[in-house]
Design a protein around this ligand. Structure first.
Ligand code: ATP
Ligand code: MG
Length: 227
């Protein structure tokens, strides 16, 4: 089943202080099936992160179409209203970036449990602790504030928060960059399970070998295609 059907998707940035237009990517066309893992590859600055952020609608695309087949019907991520995007993010579309955004005086376990609490789940905190344990975050840190954590510790919290609710479409931007071997293995196992359950995955990995055997296809972005 096709979950995401992207046609001629383009994004450029207008940089006002230089008066220049920077094309991030131009006229991308690809599909992603349920249970498929698509690797987005290409050199630095070619638009990989921008593509993921555009699909998550952190950025508005500048052209084309991205039809997502949601449980409630098809929706074009390019034109969808912000309220619909908020609902999709809560229920169906997840994104893991490279960095956690810690919030003042919110503990690691509270940050991770939040998506489940929003969903009214009474076992939210137990599940959050389980997942932090799975990613190998030291127990002493579970009730501490992540703003002082190391980069890898913060990323464990970030992953647990992003993966606590199963998404139908999961966007991953270099999630393994700061992870130790335990956390990389835990992430791989989690993604293997999600894929089996039909989650479509679109990911950027600096070391795709971390995900060997899971990746089905690669979409390689090229600098010359961006101009
Ligand atoms: N908010 C923004 N405003 C202006 N230009 C931007 C913005 N975000 C990204 N860019 C530009 O768009 C291009 C693509 O950036 P992007 O972060 O998507 O690259 P990337 O392929 O993820 O690179 P890397 O491998 O280094 O992470 C770059 O030239 C970058 O400078
Ligand atoms: Mg990037």
């Amino acid at each position: 089943m096709t979950l995401l059907d992207v046609r001629n998707l383009s994004k450029h940035f207008d940089v006002h202080h230089t008066g220049r237009r920077i094309p991030a990517f131009t006229q991308l066309t690809f599909q992603v099936q349920a249970g498929e893992f698509l690797l987005v590859a290409g050199p630095n600055g070619v638009g990989k992160s921008t593509l993921l952020r555009t699909l998550y609608r952190t950025y508005r695309p500048t052209g084309g179409q991205a039809l997502y087949h949601s449980l409630l019907g098809s929706i074009d991520l390019v034109r969808a209203a912000d309220v619909d995007i908020t609902l999709l993010r809560r229920r169906e579309v997840g994104m893991v970036s490279q960095f956690l955004r810690p919030r003042p005086r919110v503990t690691a376990v509270d940050l991770v449990a939040e998506p489940l609490l929003d969903d009214g789940r009474p076992d939210a905190h137990d599940q959050a602790k389980d997942l932090l344990g799975t990613f190998g975050l030291k127990r002493d840190l579970w009730t501490a504030y992540p703003s002082t954590f190391s980069g890898g510790e913060q990323q464990k919290v970030n992953l647990a928060r992003a993966l606590i609710l199963p998404a139908r479409l999961l966007l991953l931007d270099e999630p393994t960059a700061s992870l130790d071997a335990v956390a990389r293995t835990a992430l791989r196992e989690r993604l293997t399970q999600l894929k089996k359950d039909g989650t479509a995955l679109i990911g950027v990995f600096h070391h795709p070998e971390d995900m060997a055997g899971l990746i089905d296809r690669a979409l390689t972005l090229r600098a010359d295609a961006a101009g």
